[in-house]
Design a protein around this ligand. Structure first.
Ligand code: SAM
Ligand code: DTB
Ligand code: SF4
Length: 341
């Protein structure tokens, strides 16, 4: 039976969930998680930066903004063949979804034509495809959909009232408009945010309440913990209490029961025990491989061991019922070990 999803959460209700005693919150979140998902299966995506750095935006957390001295070297859009090589390695290493990120404010139309060719090629390998390229208009969203793009990642990042403190070069409404264009084109959305930006709990409530009151819940909800990078304005921000991060995952699970909640950036800095709590609280998706876009992610050996210790299994590809998905395995070729990541 299709789950009944609510889209009318109030901030008061969301704040009340956050304020539950920790054990009660986790018990409730886990019950909802197990009701809607296999609690021992985790969807595994691999991330690749197909166009790195040199971004004109001023997102205060981002190492790829040109204006901050972070040591990230700007690189041009990768060729189809170079991306395919990485996608093959990711598939061999057990990923079911290949996510491609580009450090653009918004792609130019000619960029979309090039990325569409990349998407067609990656899709041809039998992987689910996801891209995050910045703001899109309707035509661009339609072109990407036609090329075979399954998911578009575009995060709200934080609460509407805190957005201006983090990003000055665009508006919250721009983000919502892009999400509308993506939905209008018939793609699935991957939309979440970052915590640890120096926001208050009330603002974490605001982020999750905004996500959960979108006309449709995002199919995938990445919850990133800020990866602090020297040179960005947010470097040196007070760290969030790990239990507050776990609460954020649990509340996301309660508000959006059918969505995949991704334990996204920041895992490298988390203990295995903290990640285990996140999986219990309802996280059921990760990025697998030693690199995110420009920053680190846990070693594949550490993740394999964690899956073993927690009896977790990689989730099968959703759109190919009946396919037996490979376990997380060693990359096929040692030369690709880094790229499989
Ligand atoms: N340029 C595109 C955009 O901003 O939509 C796509 C790439 S951007 C790097 C994708 C997302 O990565 C951001 O929305 C943000 O949520 C996340 N992100 C970027 N830097 C991060 C950091 N230092 N720590 C955690 N998450 C980060
Ligand atoms: C998302 O929410 N997190 C990913 C993905 N979507 C594109 C990006 C995390 C980036 C972390 C910083 C970096 O590696 O540059
Ligand atoms: Fe550019 Fe995206 Fe980084 Fe913002 S988050 S600076 S838009 S790459």
């Amino acid at each position: 039976m299709a789950p009944t999803l609510r889209h009318d959460w109030t901030r008061e209700e969301v704040a009340a969930l956050f304020a539950l005693p920790f054990n009660d919150l986790l018990a409730r979140a886990h019950a909802v998680h197990a009701e809607h998902h296999d609690a021992n299966a985790v969807q595994v995506s691999t991330l690749l930066s197909i166009k790195t750095g040199g971004c004109p935006e001023d997102c205060a957390y981002c190492p790829q903004a040109q204006r901050y001295q972070t040591g990230v070297k700007a690189e041009k859009l990768m060729s189809v063949e170079a991306v395919l090589q990485r996608a093959r390695a990711a598939k061999a290493a057990g990923a079911s979804r290949f996510c491609m990120g580009a450090a653009w404010r918004a792609p130019k139309d000619r960029d979309v034509v090039k990325v569409a060719k990349i998407i067609e090629a990656v899709k041809g390998l039998g992987l689910e495809t996801c891209a995050t390229l910045g703001m899109l208009n309707e035509d661009q969203a339609n072109q990407l959909k036609d090329a075979g793009l399954d998911y578009y990642n575009h995060n709200l990042d934080t609460a509407p009232e805190y957005y201006d403190a983090i990003i000055g070069t665009r508006q919250y409404q721009d983000r919502l408009d892009t999400l509308d264009a993506v939905r209008g084109a018939g793609m699935k959305t991957c939309c979440g945010g970052i915590v640890g930006l120096g926001e208050t709990r009330e603002q974490r409530v605001g982020l999750l309440q905004t996500l959960a009151t979108l006309a449709e819940h995002p199919e995938s909800v990445p919850i990133n913990q800020l990866v602090q990078v020297a040179g960005t304005p947010l470097h040196g921000t007070d760290k969030l209490d790990p239990f507050e991060f776990v609460r954020t995952i649990a509340v996301a699970r309660l508000l959006m029961p059918a969505s995949m909640v991704r334990l996204s950036a920041g895992r490298e800095q988390m203990s295995d025990e903290m990640q285990a709590l996140c999986f219990f609280a309802g996280a059921n998706s990760i990025f697998y491989g030693e690199k995110l876009l420009t920053t680190g992610n846990p070693d594949v050996e550490r993740d394999r061991a964690l899956f073993d210790r927690l009896d977790l299994k990689p989730m099968r590809v959703e759109h190919e019922p009946g396919t037996v998905h490979a376990d997380i395995v060693e990359p096929a070729c040692p030369a690709h070990a880094e790229s499989a990541a």
